[in-house]
Design a protein around this ligand. Structure first.
Ligand SMILES: [Fe+2]
Length: 194
């Protein structure tokens, strides 16, 4: 190899390395399995479906985490209002589960893969981790209200993004989820503020 060939080889190798690094960095922000699409005749382009599926999988992780957090509160709350809060947290958890199911089934309808495993929920949830050393009603409610508000904000933003992408059916799911979260934020805040 002469000097020119060596330089050309070095340049080509550098370009290959750069491309590989960019690909790895891009993949780092994605949930596993989300780049693979199942065949479907749905009239939404692959590009749009990939973005919507990615958005829905993040919501799936956070909503499933919220379900677990309400169950955690259901089990561990203590104090004079135990019975009413014990029941309220459980009923709310069951209602959240319906939204988890709707989100997961929308992902499948779009040809995606719902990432609902415990490992995926832990990796992708946007919520603050639930403290295991709290027991008072006020501490439980404040923590839940913080996460319900956070998920409500994310859901509200997703209404607009799904609409911008022309996926009105997904936007409708987020309208329903946002309305639900806003209502339960009110319920929680009414417990701790005048
Ligand atoms: Fe129970």
């Amino acid at each position: 190899m002469n000097n020119v060939s060596i330089k050309a080889f070095q340049l080509a190798f550098l370009l290959f390395l750069t491309t590989a690094v960019i690909a790895v960095v891009k993949k780092g922000g994605m949930a596993e399995g989300e780049s693979m699409l199942h065949d479907t005749h749905i009239s939404i382009s692959e590009k749009i479906r990939k973005e919507v599926i990615s958005m829905l999988n993040l919501s799936l992780a956070s909503t499933a985490d919220l379900y677990n957090q309400f169950k955690q509160a259901h089990w561990t709350v203590r104090g004079p209002s135990f019975i009413s809060l014990h029941k309220f947290f459980d009923e709310t958890a069951q209602s959240i589960l319906e939204h988890v199911d709707t989100i997961a089934e929308r992902i499948m309808s779009l040809g995606g893969t719902a990432l609902g495993t415990t490992q995926s929920i832990g990796k992708h949830t946007q919520l603050s981790a639930y403290p295991t050393d709290i027991s008072s009603a006020t501490d439980h409610i404040k923590h839940l209200a913080h996460n319900v508000a956070m998920l409500g904000e994310s859901s509200r933003n997703n209404i607009k993004r799904a609409e911008e992408l022309g996926d009105i059916a997904t936007s409708d799911i987020y309208i329903d989820l946002t309305r639900f979260l806003d209502k339960y934020l009110w319920f929680l805040e009414a417990h701790v503020t005048k």
